[in-house]
Design a protein around this ligand. Sequence first.
Ligand code: 5GP
Ligand code: MG
Length: 240
Amino acid sequence: MRVVLRTFPSRPCLFALPVLRAPRFHANAIMPFPHTNVPPHMPVFNARTGAGGDSHPDIERVLFSREALYERVNDMAFKISGDYAALGATEITVIAVANGAMVFAADLLRGISLNTRFDTVRASSYYDGTSPVSVPRIHNAGRLELGGRHVLLVDDILDTGNTLALLRDMLEVHRPATLRTCVLLDKKARRVTPYTAEYVGFDVPDVFVVGYGLDFAERYRNLPFIGTLKPERQDISSWD
Ligand code: 5GP
Ligand code: MG
């Protein structure tokens, strides 16, 4: 009798296929939201009030749609969660710069998988009359103690860099274990004070943008997208 040895089975051998297992997660694991086009946690469009669509009569051009923001913010939360977990951190202290960063911070927080403490600082910019550069003013420096903590400073937009440079100096006095910055938008062309944020959502050109927390005269923060204002709406005297 002749025995024929085959190197490969002539028929596919099902039990040799790799076993596909569902990934397992534990309490502090990194769990990004599923990447869908519609935010699953809350529909932003409100059919009853008509608010929350991806257009507005005062907006000239939409730069970042609701879906684009949702995707990017959750990517950032995923990256932040992974980076801090790799550092051995079990907790982050997020400090958001009110008012502009509130909408961004609210979405970012819900995508972070580590334990998170949250506080705000209030900052505003004014023109001091002698200089063309805005001078930031800090109105409320927050209450949480920061010594030895992993602190993440969150702002809407990095423009001249003056506000974040001032805040970073203020926070460093408390000797946090680490201090990093996360901004949704970076307008690099406008930088006056050198500043680099570790986490940046999008680079933007030198245009004035509103929406998703960013305002013009305290308006438009509630738009779920980011866009530029029509020129006729940039003159406050034209308003009702
Ligand atoms: P800084 O110039 O100190 O980097 O930024 C100060 C603040 O100016 C930002 O946190 C933001 O609130 C505001 N800002 C800068 N650029 C824009 C913009 O294009 N639109 C709006 N709405 N605010 C901006
Ligand atoms: Mg701001």
